[in-house]
Write a protein that binds this ligand. Structure first.
Ligand code: PLP
Length: 385
């Protein structure tokens, strides 16, 4: 099997499993307990927080551990917007890009539906990027929060986050970025990016599902979504997932190891794969930005097929990929991300995403490109007979 669906999830890395194992077994304490076992867990949690903070270029107190990317996005979008409006009732608009993950989009829609906010959707260009002009057009004195993802999960397009965040900052508007797909591939220094909040998820970079974190800059208030024992400085109640936090910190450390040149290596393999697919499949269209894209994502439309039939045929040949995001898998509706990029609905229906982790090899991708050629060819010939 050649696994080309790493943007959906990744296996837990051995080093990560070894780092978290003690906190699932012998050192199983609750960090709030006042005995030795509890204190050991609290110490491990503090160390994981310090490591995560180092990876994000922030203070330990600015890291909130969550159950993953979805919760981090919800806490950022709802928590910051609600806290700001509580302080100033005129702050009743949120701005999000047209290509956000549902965790951001649906959080904004919830604010609209339940709390009466207006949602400004920032359009993207044909590569899926937000321009500074498009962002400037929607920002105003009532904007409580801007949320624009760092890298897109369907097409891999990377946003000019530092430039966009600077624009919001100049107007005093907090800027959140969903860095779930960027983590492990792109620099995450929150100071350089100039963002006020940033979400990451463990299972995209070799930690288990159900681990993640939100960075929130110290001066930004957050209305909690979870109420209870006041853990995470009152921003996220609930007994902490110590093993998950330790795993996330270990995965971030592995991703940052300067001895690993994986982003460059994988980007070169991605480009070879893109060239092989475009050369081998007549009419294939690369979706997303040609250069400003994640090293790990190659996404295409194959007009004259359906994305789902290509997936099935590829799986028969041992290549696992997806038609877009894992959340939309199985849905017949064309991807909202592709439609926002101006792709026609019937072409958007033919989308296939290939995404890899740092273990990918040139041989695997050559084999996969050959399988794509065969799969698309056979579907097209069946479709026209
Ligand atoms: N944001 C993006 C861009 C994602 O790709 C995903 C997962 O697919 C999420 C958020 C949600 O993260 P999680 O699966 O940890 O809830």
């Amino acid at each position: 099997m050649i696994f080309l669906d790493a943007a959906a999830t990744t296996p837990v890395r051995r080093e990560v499993l070894e780092a978290m194992w003690p906190y699932l077994t012998g050192e199983f304490g609750n960090p709030s307990s006042h005995h030795g076992l509890g204190e050991a867990a609290a110490t491990a949690l503090a160390a994981a927080r310090a490591t995560t903070a180092k990876a994000l270029g922030c203070r330990a107190g600015e890291v909130v551990f969550t159950s993953g990317g979805t919760e981090a996005d919800n806490l950022a979008v709802k928590g910051i917007a609600l806290a700001r409006r509580a302080a100033d009732r005129h702050l009743d608009r949120v701005a999000i890009s047209a290509v956000e993950h549902p965790a951001v989009e649906e959080s904004a829609r919830y604010l609209q539906r339940v709390h009466g906010f207006a949602v400004d959707v920032i359009p993207v260009d044909r590569y899926g990027q937000v321009t500074e002009e498009a962002l400037a057009d929607v920002l105003g004195p009532r904007t409580a929060l801007v949320s624009i993802m760092y890298a897109n999960n369907e097409v891999g397009t990377v946003q000019p986050v530092a430039r966009l965040a600077a624009l919001a900052r100049a107007l005093g508007i907090p800027f959140h970025t969903d860095a779930v797909q960027a983590a492990g591939w792109l620099p995450l220094d929150t100071g350089t990016l100039g963002v006020d909040a940033l979400s990451i998820s463990g299972h995209k970079l070799g930690a288990p599902k159900g681990s993640g974190a939100l960075f929130v800059r110290g001066r930004i208030r957050v209305e909690p979504l979870m109420h209870g024992g006041g853990q995470e400085r009152g921003r996220r109640s609930g007994t902490e997932n110590v093993a998950g936090a330790v795993a996330l910190a270990a995965a971030l450390t592995l991703a940052r190891d300067p001895a690993r040149d994986s982003a460059e290596r994988v980007a070169a393999l991605r480009d070879e794969f893109i060239d092989a697919v475009l050369a081998g499949v007549p009419g294939a269209v690369l979706t997303g930005h040609p250069t400003e894209r994640l090293p790990s994502v190659a996404s295409f439309c194959f007009p004259g097929t359906s994305g789902e039939s290509v997936l099935l045929e590829l799986e028969r040949q041992g290549v696992i990929c997806s038609s877009g995001s894992a959340c939309a898998a199985g849905s017949d509706a064309p991807s909202a991300v592709l439609l926002a990029m101006g792709i026609e609905p019937e072409v958007a229906q033919t989308a296939v995403r290939f995404s890899f982790d740092s273990t990918i090899t040139a041989e695997e991708l050559q084999e996969a490109a050959a399988a794509v050629r065969t799969a698309v060819g056979s579907i097209r010939s069946l479709g026209t007979s």
